[in-house]
Design a protein around this ligand. Structure first.
Ligand SMILES: Cc1cc2nc3c(=O)[nH]c(=O)nc-3n(C[C@H](O)[C@H](O)[C@H](O)COP(=O)(O)O)c2cc1C
Length: 169
């Protein structure tokens, strides 16, 4: 039988790592939590990211044509929550939450110093899909920054990626 469902329920079934997305444009910088992120091509290396049209981070990413994806360790769960429920339209989250950054190598986006991995991305297309803009972007730099177990979200609950079961093939 067909089940009734909300968008949140359907998206919740698609587990994903938790990212801090960073962007910068003309001296302003943005940071937000996001999990609607997917790898969509190996060659060229492309990602898709869906960001709210109200988000300051998204506005700066759109204006600057670039963003960075910071894959964060499970130990940064509380930071992900705080960054995800406040907006750079109202406060400087980098200052407020004492987020340390290092400069990007090929973009002007700040990278989160404590991230496990950071990917610098150049936007190839931006499509308005209603409440969000869907960005397709090329990964232009890869940084393994720190050892750590990434934070993961599944049905609205956070997990630390755990037991290894095997390899890709
Ligand atoms: C775990 C988590 C995942 C989130 N995923 C997304 C997402 O994929 N896209 C999005 O637009 N907002 C997402 N958000 C909400 C944004 O982080 C939030 O709207 C933030 O306040 C935007 O900040 P900004 O205006 O400073 O850019 C998520 C929040 C949390 C806590």
């Amino acid at each position: 039988m067909t089940q009734t469902f909300s968008g949140r329920k359907a998206m919740g079934a698609i587990g994903s790592p938790v990212f801090l997305v960073t962007s910068a444009h003309e001296g302003e910088r943005g940071i937000m939590t996001a999990n609607m992120v997917a790898g969509i091509s190996l060659k060229p290396p492309l990602v898709s990211v869906s960001l709210s049209n109200h988000s300051q981070t998204s506005k700066l990413a759109g204006a600057g044509g670039e963003f960075a994806l910071n894959i964060i360790p499970a130990s940064l769960m509380e930071l992900a929550k705080k960054v995800g429920r406040s907006s750079g339209n109202k406060l400087d989250k980098f200052e407020e939450f004492a987020i340390e950054t290092i400069p990007g190598e090929v973009t002007s986006c700040p990278l989160v110093k404590d991230a496990v991995t950071a990917l610098e991305c150049k936007i190839e297309s931006a499509t308005d899909i209603g409440l969000h803009t869907l960005y397709v972007a090329r990964v232009t730099a890869y940084h393994d920054l720190n050892p750590g177990t990434p934070l993961y979200l599944f049905h609205g609950r956070y997990f630390a990626i755990g037991e290894e079961l095997g390899t890709f093939l």
